[in-house]
Design a protein around this ligand. Structure first.
Ligand SMILES: Cc1ncc(COP(=O)(O)O)c(C=O)c1O
Length: 435
């Protein structure tokens, strides 16, 4: 039966769409997904970092069903309360200076809108993105995405005047340095190479950066890099756009990851966790910036859908009422310690890192194998991670990978995950690794 369903699905859905498992999900609640046949899995992906307060949270279900019974759609024909209520909440929880919002449907769509807003506001064309970044698959967003060349293959030419600076992925320093001997050379590369040889600062509309690298490898950049980048933008009149699509809504233990670096973006892009899985995204900016975007300069039919906005209000209220940020910090901190303890026992784990419940475990070839891999002492080990993920799945734990070499396990469970549930999941992971 399971095979029949998968066969049918494969016959009808485009092969371009990659499903991480063959699980036929019948329902999901909290951390768990229930498959056909009654098997239960722990979803440590949160449906790709969207179900931040768990699947089908009762408060979200209630808010969405009540709203659906009253008003499902507006299409910008009339105003409605849930959208304005959500904007009010976002103004309160986003970094200082973010005051007005544009709602759309997906992360990519919000990235498109943000770069349009930056170009419109500044009158400049240039865009700086970062190698390893992921910003979506539509043409504008894809022009910034460089977590893998596979996503860009056969879609060139992409948007012109997009320049990629090296992301400060210090574990694999793009400048070939080690952290101790580095004075943030990748920042100097941006300032002294890109902004002197390729485009002048006064032609650059914006930089677009993930404050913690997501799809590109779950890497937390150095605080001084982020501060220098922010200062450079302020000095040159370049808008700093934080893509918080994956890092937002408590994923890193704070509402937004920018807070970890003490920086306030000019524009913030949000999606994924905003509405607990209903389609919704948002661009936030200051009144000064948004007010320069005249009526009709951007628009949408479905963006800011009343049901999605009601779900988003319930999501934010639940995070606050249940002190979920604190849980993400505590359970995340606990998981990080346990994963580091595993690293101490396992040569194949090269690095363990992250903030809150956005944790990455980078797999490398062990010393014995390295001898066969010449000089590189950090040869990525995708094959081992594949085996570990398969074993985890067999034992009822879903985790997925990231990184250009697909050798980084990402832990992004719902932020309501308890310490006991974390222990179960890490027990499975440990067994899959050492067993
Ligand atoms: C940082 C970031 N930006 C943008 C996107 C694109 O979002 P969507 O898939 O909703 O278009 C993603 C998706 O993974 C993301 O992680």
């Amino acid at each position: 039966m399971k095979t029949d369903f998968n066969k049918k699905a494969k016959g009808l859905l485009t092969p371009a769409l990659v499903f991480h498992t063959d699980i036929n999900a019948k329902s999901a609640k909290g951390v768990y997904v229930h498959a056909e046949g009654g098997r239960r899995y722990m979803d440590f992906t949160s449906g790709l970092a969207a179900a931040n307060i768990g699947h089908c949270h009762p408060a979200v279900v209630k808010a969405a069903t009540e709203q659906a019974g009253r008003l499902i759609h507006s299409g910008c024909i009339f105003r409605y309360e849930s959208e304005v209520a959500l904007a009010g909440r976002l103004k309160r929880i986003t970094p200082a200076g973010i005051e007005m919002f544009f709602f759309s449907n997906s992360g990519a769509e919000a990235v498109e809108g943000a770069i349009k807003l930056a170009r419109f506001y500044t009158g400049r064309q240039g865009i700086i993105a970062f190698t390893g970044g992921f910003h979506g698959r539509t043409f504008g967003a894809l022009s910034l995405t460089s977590s893998s060349a596979r996503y860009r293959k056969l879609y060139h030419p992409l948007l012109p005047s997009v320049f990629h600076a090296p992301y400060p992925y210090c574990y694999r320093c793009p400048m070939g340095k080690n952290r101790a001997a580095c004075s943030i050379d990748c920042f100097e590369y941006l300032r002294n190479k890109i902004l002197r040889h390729l485009i002048t600062p006064e032609e650059v509309a914006c930089v677009v950066i993930e404050p913690v690298l997501g799809e590109g490898g779950y890497f937390v950049p150095p605080v001084d890099y982020m501060k220098k980048l922010r200062d450079l933008c302020a000095k040159e009149g370049i808008l700093f756009i934080a893509d918080e699509v994956q890092t937002g809504f408590g994923r890193t233990g704070k509402w937004f990851a920018c807070e970890h670096f003490g920086i306030n973006p000019d524009i913030i892009v949000m999606a994924k966790g905003i509405a607990s899985g209903l389609p919704l995204s948002a661009i936030g900016a200051s009144r000064k910036i948004m007010s320069k975007w005249p009526p009709g300069a951007h628009g949408t039919t479905f963006g800011g859908n009343p049901v999605s906005c009601a779900a988003a209000c319930a999501t934010i209220d639940t995070i606050e009422k249940k002190n979920i940020l604190k849980n993400a910090q505590e359970v995340g901190g606990y998981a990080l310690k346990r994963l580091k303890a595993m690293q101490a026992r396992c040569q194949a784990i090269g690095d363990v890192r992250g903030l809150g419940l956005m944790l990455g475990v980078e797999f490398i070839k062990s010393e014995k194998q390295i001898l066969r891999y010449a000089q590189n002492d950090r040869a990525p080990d995708k094959a081992l991670l594949d085996r570990v993920m398969k074993r985890c799945l067999k034992k009822g734990l879903i985790i997925v990978e990231c990184g250009v070499d697909k050798n980084v396990a990402r832990f992004m469970p719902p932020l309501i995950t308890t310490k006991a549930q974390m222990d179960v999941a890490l027990g499975i992971f440990e067994e899959a690794l050492f067993g």
